[in-house]
Design a protein around this ligand. Structure first.
Ligand code: TXA
Ligand code: MG
Length: 347
């Protein structure tokens, strides 16, 4: 791979002419990093096996971790999936375009390598205007994982990809920071009852309002046990360089515990906290808030940027405050569990 070109696009005033080099690149089998409402994605033509291979190479992604195929409209579902049920269509009608991915039976136009050999395909219709414009201009389904090096936190701002992915892709579309901040909710409809494979902004309750009972994958809250249906769940993910420990319990006890740890440790400590708590943790080498405890969507928006921040410091261990809940908090907690390799202390 040679030089990576950066194209700046304003999502509120999309210059389609300027974007044309990116859609041409997709049509010609190249790779483009583009913003979505969740995280930045690393896209290529989902129908082209060689183009798809470039995605795996650029990320250093294990071959057995399948990709999500991005469409711009529900009417394109049948181009990538077969046996699309009314229930699947109802689900998309309710939440698309938006941060939802649905696993369906894979159609013949999508090469097996997109789905890591599975006979299913994960499909998502993003709402971000730049992502939509790229799909529409190229006239193709776009396979795209999060645009990070495999194992690193997902990128939620253009600055997260410009250095990390330089020389690994053809184009980067530099646009605004991603609004949601955690990746899409992934639900599989290929078994009964449906399974929530990855929590996201679209909550379990919202899914159940359309689907009835939805089971939770065991991989959301526990280490991979060999049976997870979302193969991506088994890898160490989102991990900062430093070791990470999540601390759970009542606010005051958690703060006291972390305070005492950072005061007595021989290691350089970092603390991932909530807005307004920085003063408790002054002794730490690095303190970073990821959002407002009482506004969980701010935690989702800030979590990956905060994890990346610690890699710019020399901390050796990070203590993290976490939030409980069944809404978007579940998504944030799931990402932090993985970043911490399921290392949780209850106080
Ligand atoms: O928000 C998002 O979904 C972002 C943006 C770019 O759209 N994409 C994203 O892709 O997060 P990625 O590759 O980082 O995560 C895809 C997840 C993985 O956990 C993968 O295992 C699961 O979706 N997945 C993909 N295809 C699947 C399939 N056929 N069956 C089960 N799980 C699948
Ligand atoms: Mg990813």
């Amino acid at each position: 791979m040679s030089e990576t070109k950066i194209i700046e696009i304003d999502k509120n005033n999309i210059d389609l002419q300027k974007m044309q080099c990116c859609s041409d690149c997709i049509k010609n089998g190249g790779t483009v990093i583009f913003p979505t409402e969740t995280v930045y994605g690393l896209g290529a033509n989902a129908k082209d096996e060689d183009a798809v291979a470039k995605i795996f190479a650029a990320k250093g992604r294990p071959q057995d971790n399948p990709l999500i195929v991005h469409l711009s409209d529900v009417s394109q579902l049948e181009q990538v999936a077969v046996d699309v049920s009314d229930r699947a269509k109802r689900l998309f009608m309710a939440f698309a375009p938006g941060p939802l991915t649905v696993v369906l039976k894979r159609g013949p136009s999508i090469p097996a390598s997109v789905s890591a050999g599975l006979d299913t395909v994960a499909v998502r219709i993003p709402s971000h205007p730049v992502a939509r414009a790229l799909i529409e201009l190229s006239g193709l389904p776009i396979a795209a994982p999060s645009a990070n090096i495999s194992g690193k936190p997902s990128p939620t701002a253009a600055r997260h990809v410009t250095k990390e992915m330089d020389g690994r892709v053809d184009y980067i579309i530099d646009s605004d920071d991603c609004e949601v901040g955690v990746e899409s909710t992934v639900v599989s409809l290929v078994q009964e009852p449906p399974i929530l494979l990855r929590p996201g902004k679209i909550t379990l309750r919202q899914l159940e309002s359309v689907l009835g009972t939805v089971n939770l994958s065991t991989a959301i809250f526990a280490k991979f046990d060999g049976t997870a249906a979302a193969p991506g769940m088994k890898y160490r993910h989102y991990a900062p360089r430093a070791k990470m420990v999540l601390v759970r319990g009542y606010d005051t006890q958690v703060r006291e515990y972390i305070h005492s740890k950072i005061s007595h440790s021989n290691l350089k400590c970092g603390v991932l906290c909530f807005d307004g708590e920085q003063e408790y943790f002054k002794q730490a080498t690095a303190v970073k808030s990821y959002g407002n405890h009482s506004q969980p969507e701010t935690l989702a928006h800030g979590v990956f940027d905060a994890l990346r921040y610690f890699d710019e410091t020399d901390v050796e261990i990070i203590y993290a405050r976490v939030s409980d809940g069944s809404g978007i908090e579940m998504a944030v907690y799931n990402r932090l569990l993985k970043a911490a390799a399921f290392n949780v202390i209850e106080v």
